[in-house]
Write a protein that binds this ligand. Structure first.
Ligand SMILES: NC(=O)c1ccc[n+]([C@@H]2O[C@H](COP(=O)([O-])OP(=O)(O)OC[C@H]3O[C@@H](n4cnc5c(N)ncnc54)[C@H](O)[C@@H]3O)[C@@H](O)[C@H]2O)c1
Length: 259
């Protein structure tokens, strides 16, 4: 779209948006797409390779463990002092340990809940006051189709993703009741080609996707999506194009959960 001054405007022009877990996979694709469409993006991760990736994109990198409660108010203080506002938060950081009800350890259960559930809760709670003073905002919580169907090999993961789905709707209704102008939606991808899924393919079906002669062709043949498929949905939810949407759960799975 062009403005009166002839400058091309992006779909999230001028918005300040935090993306967690942005040093890899979906978070990195989200950050790239948001920057392309004019946002000022703050990428956070425990993996400091995110610093170079952020510099390449023209984004800011902050080292953060989303399960660390104290990291969140510190992040909001940094964002406010750097940009003076916050318009979007993409709670994307995650792990996907492979374990069933019979093999899952208590430590792995607690770590999975800490990153997904504590991390998403801390993030939403910390972001809302700054979004409120910025005039509103959009929170995007990364859930999964694992929240919608049973997955024997991902007991902790699917439980946590189901919690994120319910948390999202409760936050959405609270923000609507309070008239905060803050929207909160969840995204539910099926299998998308990222390091997380490459690891799962090796462990569960013995396929080393990245070692295939033509990984893209194999990816398509296996019905696996690409990170851009999810990043385009994140962009839409972060933009004002979705201004009438809150509490929604958006499935991106090539129809896997409806067959
Ligand atoms: N790839 C898929 O098919 C798929 C499907 C559904 C949902 N998801 C969800 O999308 C999100 C991103 O997954 P991905 O596939 O890009 O995985 P990925 O492993 O490629 O990336 C995950 C990122 O999260 C970071 N991270 C892990 N623990 C963290 C913590 N405590 N604090 C901050 N950062 C942390 C990692 O360092 C990594 O950079 C996850 O929440 C995942 O559950 C992925």
């Amino acid at each position: 779209m062009s403005s009166m001054d002839g400058r091309t405007r992006g779909r999230v022009d001028g918005k300040v948006i935090i993306v967690t877990g942005a040093a890899s996979g979906l978070g990195l694709a989200d950050a790239r797409r948001l920057v392309e469409e004019g946002a000022q993006v703050v990428m956070t991760d425990i993996d400091d390779r995110g610093a170079d990736l952020a510099a390449d994109l023209g984004a800011v990198f902050v080292h953060q463990d989303v399960a660390d409660e104290a990291s969140w108010p510190a992040l909001m203080t940094q964002v406010e002092s750097t940009f003076g506002r916050l318009d979007g938060l993409v709670n994307n950081a995650g792990i996907a340990p492979i374990a069933t009800i019979e093999s899952l350890t208590t430590d792995v259960w607690r770590k999975t809940m800490a990153i997904h559930l504590d991390g998403t809760f801390f993030g939403c709670r910390a972001a809302i006051p700054l979004m409120r003073t910025s005039g509103g905002g959009s929170i995007v919580n990364m859930s999964s189709t694992a929240a919608l169907i049973g997955l024997a090999s991902y007991l902790a993961y699917s439980t946590a993703k189901g919690g994120i789905r319910a948390m999202t709707k409760s936050i959405a209704i609270h923000c609507r009741q309070e008239g905060l102008g803050i929207r909160c939606n969840s995204i539910h991808p099926g299998s998308i080609s990222t390091p997380m899924v490459h690891h799962a393919l090796k462990e569960l079906v013995g396929v080393d996707l990245m070692a295939e002669e033509d990984p893209e062709q194999t990816r398509r043949a296996m019905g696996i999506g690409e990170p851009l498929d999810v990043a385009n949905m994140v962009l839409f939810l972060a933009s004002d194009e979705s201004k009438h949407m809150t509490g929604a759960e958006l499935v991106i799975d090539n129809g896997d959960t409806v067959v």
